[in-house]
Design a protein around this ligand. Structure first.
Ligand code: ATP
Ligand code: MG
Length: 250
C-alpha cells in the first residue's frame, strides 16, 4: 500500500511561478488524472515528486512520512517512479540494458547478471502484459514499445507510485488503448498512478479522480464519472469553451 500527498507545493523559475500552493493526493489502486494546458506546471510538479527538482516550499508525504528528496534515487527508494514525457533511453542498448541502467554499481553487466535481469524483465513484462523482447535493441522498437521499456524500468525498481507524463502524446490510438489496459492492470495490482494529459476524454476514460492545473495552480477537482468535457475544458482554459464535438452529441 502506498499513500502519497503533496502539500502546499510551490516552485518558481525566476519570475515564472510554475507551481503555486499545490495540494494533491493519490493512493494504491487509484489513477489520478492531472489535466492542464501547455505550460500549466504539470511536469514541474511531477519532477518535484520524482526528485529531479526541489520545491521552494511545501511537503511530500508518503505513507505519513515527510520526504526530502535530493535526487531521483531518493524518490525511487521511496517507491516513486516516472515515465518521462521525453524518454530517457539509450538507443543502442538492449531493452534489458536500458532497464538496469543506473541500477548497476559497476556500470558493466556480466553474463550472469544480464541473464538474471533478462529473466526479471520477462517476468514483469508477462505480469502486466507489457509485451517486449528483453534482448531487442531499443532504437529498433516502435515508440509504444519503447514506452513499455520505460514502464518496466520503474517496475524493476519496485515503484509503487508510477507517474506518466503525457504518455499518450506519442502513441497511436491502438497504442493508447494498450497503455490504458496496462495502467488498469497496474492499478489492479495495487499501484498508485498519476496520469498527465491535456485530452479531456482520456482523463474521463481511465481516471478515478481528476485535478485540473492552470497557470501553476490547482483550479478544481472533478469526478470523471460526473463531469462533462465542457466543464473540464472551462476549468482547464479558464473561460467557457465551445466544444463542437460536445455540441454534436447533444
Ligand atoms: N527548467 C525550467 N526553467 C525555466 N522555466 C521553466 C523550467 N521548467 C518549466 N518552466 C516554466 O514553468 C512553466 C510550467 O512548465 P511545465 O513544463 O511544468 O508545464 P507543463 O504543464 O508540463 O506543460 P506541457 O504540457 O507543455 O508539458 C512554464 O511557463 C515553463 O516555461
Ligand atoms: Mg510537461
Amino acid at each position: 500500500m502506498v499513500n502519497v500527498e503533496l502539500k502546499n507545493i510551490s516552485k518558481s523559475f525566476g519570475p515564472v511561478k510554475a507551481n503555486q500552493d499545490i495540494n494533491i493526493k493519490v493512493k494504491s489502486g487509484e489513477i489520478l488524472g492531472l489535466l492542464g494546458e501547455n505550460g500549466a506546471g504539470k511536469s514541474t510538479l511531477m519532477n518535484i515528486l520524482c526528485g529531479l527538482y526541489r520545491p521552494d516550499t511545501g511537503k511530500i508525504i508518503i505513507n505519513n512520512d515527510e520526504k526530502n528528496f535530493k535526487n531521483p534515487g531518493d524518490a525511487i527508494d521511496a517507491g516513486v517512479g516516472m515515465v518521462h514525457q521525453h524518454f530517457m533511453l539509450v538507443p543502442i542498448f538492449t531493452v534489458t540494458e536500458n532497464v538496469v541502467l543506473g541500477n548497476e554499481e559497476t556500470g558493466k553487466l556480466n553474463h550472469l547478471k544480464i541473464n538474471e535481469s533478462e529473466q526479471k524483465v520477462r517476468e514483469i513484462s508477462e505480469k502486466y502484459s507489457l509485451l517486449v523482447e528483453p534482448k531487442e535493441i531499443t532504437e529498433r522498437l516502435p515508440v509504444g514499445t519503447q514506452q513499455r521499456v520505460e514502464i518496466i524500468k520503474v517496475l524493476f525498481r519496485s515503484a509503487e507510485l508510477i507517474i506518466f507524463d503525457e504518455p499518450t502524446a506519442v502513441l497511436t490510438p491502438q497504442e493508447v488503448k494498450e497503455l490504458f489496459n496496462i495502467m488498469n492492470a497496474l492499478k489492479k495490482s495495487g499501484k498508485a498512478i498519476i496520469f498527465i494529459t491535456h485530452k479531456l476524454h482520456e482523463v474521463r476514460e481511465v481516471c478515478d479522480s481528476i485535478s485540473i492545473l492552470r497557470s501553476g495552480t490547482i483550479v478544481g477537482d472533478a469526478d470523471p464519472k460526473k463531469v462533462s468535457n465542457k466543464e473540464l475544458a472551462t476549468l482547464m482554459v479558464g473561460r467557457p469553451v465551445n466544444l463542437s464535438l460536445e455540441r454534436k452529441k447533444k
